[in-house]
Design a protein around this ligand. Structure first.
Ligand code: MGD
Ligand code: MGD
Ligand code: MO
Length: 649
């Protein structure tokens, strides 16, 4: 992003036309980023709680208050009574969790397990082919078959979507696997709609069809993979029909897409995060990714499997820089998808007495919202929030500290999808009294009396240390971006050399049923499976408070199939209540066969405080973790929907 600055004020943001991936295009979330930076609702000075409300305070007062509360929690209940909570408000590696991690380690705070986004998928794809750079998006235009699985790039990755469009312009066929008719599915050549959480069954059905037709690449499997004979034995057990029945996709369609993936070359499988919010997610990603090995898709330029490119993403590693050695002793783990439980479980020892939140909005993004909100409302819990805006989480804070935006701080940013890293040079001075996360944690560390020099390192020092952990990145600072070259080249695995310990891929075919979706007795009470994907114009809950984005997506909604709506006397545009044993929320019904019968879709991101009841779809989601990988299962969820007669806000 290039920023024009006049008299110290940013006046224009545009995409960098030279950037090989973005090519000058900014998406609908950040093209008006200046409205965010200069929003009248920005928090520009510290706030402290008084008489139930938040009032302005000096930095001195606010830091004293925070340091006193953290010290008291540690002295009275031990360091683990402090819980850090942060995620992807920024993907910057410096402002993300570096100085903060050092301070939390020095405090002996609980360790937050950050698996809420893509971890189950990483674990599964790593089981299949190791941590490897996978297929470079710059190679995707070579593909002639695009199997997009649990991914809605037209909304969630518009720059990568353009690489898929390049392939389509050259004749590629696009098949989307998604229970919902997403924007991407709407424009695909073919759309397969499995029941939520049954993707592994669909993939195994495809593999069986491939093997039935003799289309597997036996030579590739025997030379470069383990588990080929075992895979054939599993596939031998059941015909395609059986797998098709489990996932609810027509058997002929399963078989035809399987065979087309094997025969239309190059064939690219691109996984999103959407297919992993279920009990068997890790096994599912290992199984789906195995399709590319089974057919030898890796042999061709643009063919193979891509997911979030963990290898290039992890090339710059915070690992040693977070200084786990500062911990006074071992600390407990708390999973970020179980925040509600961590804040309300009376048996937890020590209890959580202080919550420190930055780069995250758990009141919206964490499952089982009722529990999260009850926890945040506890009188005996101290809540410190570093934020740009008074989010649903910040509304519960005892102290709010004003954070800078990307225009105001220095950082290096990893990519969720391509192989470049980005240098983030500050364009303008911090607005008002805002400070970068790093600076806030340095100030807190000083107030708490920690004297380790690492807690005083400047952002420049952190940056130098971080850049020294990875490959050289020529031009990073000068040009603003550089490609992470791990030697992947255009054909990373045509000759094997997978990112596993053995260099060989592993073939998997393992289906673990979703826990709620597949529960027949629960289905009697709650006949509809609810999924909660991303919206087109918010970034999780970020941007949901901005005029332009919000007026384009004014109301939270649930998409419901006409047959399911009719049975419940629900009308398009009418207010409904969506509920299960965990909780309920109100929103507007969109009656459309974009949702398959038996599946309802309530995208996530709207702020609770803006709407009826102060609850969202997250009020119904589960804190259960996946069988492997300790990741969330918020789309493994059953609900029912009823007209909301009183209705409205
Ligand atoms: N506009 C926008 N862009 C974003 C974000 C945003 O909030 N808004 N968030 C960013 C973040 S943090 C991430 S991780 C990425 C995520 O980007 P995506 O991977 O695209 O994430 P989702 O939209 O959650 O899920 C993708 C699709 O998976 C489908 N899905 C749900 N359950 C299942 C299932 O069981 N099986 C299958 N096959 N599909 C299923 C959903 O219906 C959805 O259409 O996007 C990033 N970009
Ligand atoms: N039901 C359901 N739940 C989900 C998902 C889903 O699809 N469905 N998606 C999951 C996924 S993939 C993800 S990644 C998580 C996202 O979880 P979060 O990362 O918590 O998502 P956001 O809502 O974007 O909240 C980020 C907050 O950070 C703030 N912020 C931005 N930059 C800075 C900064 O520099 N400093 C500070 N202090 N704050 C900053 C923003 O203002 C925003 O309020 O949600 C997960 N939860
Ligand atoms: Mo994410």
């Amino acid at each position: 992003m290039h920023v024009t600055v006049e008299d110290g004020r940013a006046t224009r943001v545009v995409g960098d036309p030279e950037h090989p991936i973005t090519r000058g295009f900014l998406c609908g979330k950040v093209s008006n980023y200046l409205e965010r930076v200069y929003s009248p609702e920005r928090i520009l000075h510290p706030l402290v709680r008084e008489d139930g409300g938040l009032r302005r305070a000096s930095w001195d007062e606010a830091l004293d208050c925070a340091a006193t509360a953290l010290r008291r929690a540690r002295d009275e209940h031990g360091g683990e009574s402090i819980l850090p909570y942060s995620y992807m408000g920024t993907q910057g590696l410096i402002q993300g969790d570096l100085m903060s991690a050092r301070l939390m380690n020095a405090l002996g705070a609980s360790n937050l397990v950050r698996t809420i986004c893509a971890t189950a998928g990483y674990t599964g794809t790593a089981m299949a082919h190791g941590v490897s750079p996978e297929v470079d998006p710059e190679e995707w235009p070579n593909a002639r078959f695009l199997l997009v699985w649990g991914w809605n790039p037209m909304s969630t990755a518009p720059h990568l979507w353009r690489r898929l469009l390049d392939a389509r312009a050259a004749g590629a066929r696009l098949v989307v696997v998604d229970p919902f008719r997403s924007r991407t599915a709407r424009v695909a050549d073919e759309h397969l709609r499995p029941r939520p959480g049954t993707d592994a069954a669909l993939a195994i059905g495809m593999m069986r069809a491939i093997v039935d037709a003799g289309l597997q690449d036996e030579e590739f499997c025997r030379t470069h993979a383990d588990g080929y004979d075992e895979l054939l034995a599993v596939l031998d057990r059941y015909p395609v029909d059986r797998w098709a029945g489990i996932c609810g996709v027509d058997a002929e369609a399963v078989a035809a897409v399987g065979r087309a993936f094997a025969t239309t070359r190059p064939a690219l499988l691109r996984l999103g995060v959407g297919a992993q919010r279920h009990m068997g997610a890790v096994q599912a990603y290992a199984t789906i990714a195995s399709l590319a090995t089974l057919t030898g898709a890796w042999r061709d330029r643009g063919g193979g499997c891509s997911y979030i490119p963990l290898a290039t993403t992890a090339a710059l590693s915070r690992g040693a820089l977070v200084r786990a050695d500062l911990r006074p002793g071992p600390v407990r783990d708390v999973n970020m998808a179980q925040l509600g439980r961590a804040l309300t479980d009376r048996a937890l020892d020590p209890p959580v007495k202080a919550l420190v939140v930055w780069n995250s909005n758990p009141a919206v993004i964490a499952p089982d919202q009722g529990g999260v909100l009850a926890g945040l409302a506890r009188d005996d819990l101290f809540v410190l929030v570093l934020e740009q805006f008074v989010t649903d989480t910040a509304r519960h804070a005892d102290v709010v500290l004003p954070a800078t935006t990307a225009l105001e701080h220095r950082d290096v940013v990893f990519s969720w999808g391509h192989h470049y890293v980005t240098f983030n040079e500050p364009a303008i001075a911090p607005l008002g009294e805002a400070k970068p996360n790093t600076e806030i944690f340095r100030l807190l560390a000083a107030r708490l009396g920690f004297d380790d020099p690492c807690l005083r390192e400047s952002d420049e020092q952190l940056l130098d240390a971080l850049l020294a952990t990875g490959p050289s990145l020529p031009g990073l600072r000068e040009r603003g971006w550089a490609k992470v070259d791990l030697g992947q080249g255009p054909l990373p695995h045509a000759e094997g050399r997978f990112g596993t310990a053995t260099g060989r891929a592993a073939l998997h075919a393992s289906y673990v049923a979703p826990v709620e979706v597949a529960d027949a007795s629960l289905a009697q009470r709650y006949p509809l499976a609810l999924i909660t994907p991303k919206t087109h114009l918010f970034l999780n809950s970020t941007f949901a408070n901005q005029e332009r984005q919000r007026s384009a997506q004014p109301l939270p909604m649930v998409v419901i199939n006409p047959a399911d709506a009719r049975r419940r006397e629900i009308e398009d545009g009418g207010w409904v209540r969506v509920f299960n044993d965990r909780g309920s929320f109100r929103c507007v019904a969109r009656v459309s066969d974009d949702a398959a019968a038996g599946v309802v879709v309530a995208p996530m991101g709207w702020w609770n405080c803006d709407y009826a009841d102060g609850l969202s779809a997250q009020a119904t989601t589960s804190q259960a973790l996946t069988e492997m990988g300790a990741a969330p299962t918020f789309n493994d969820n059953r609900v029912d929907v009823a007209p909301d007669v009183g209705g409205g806000r």
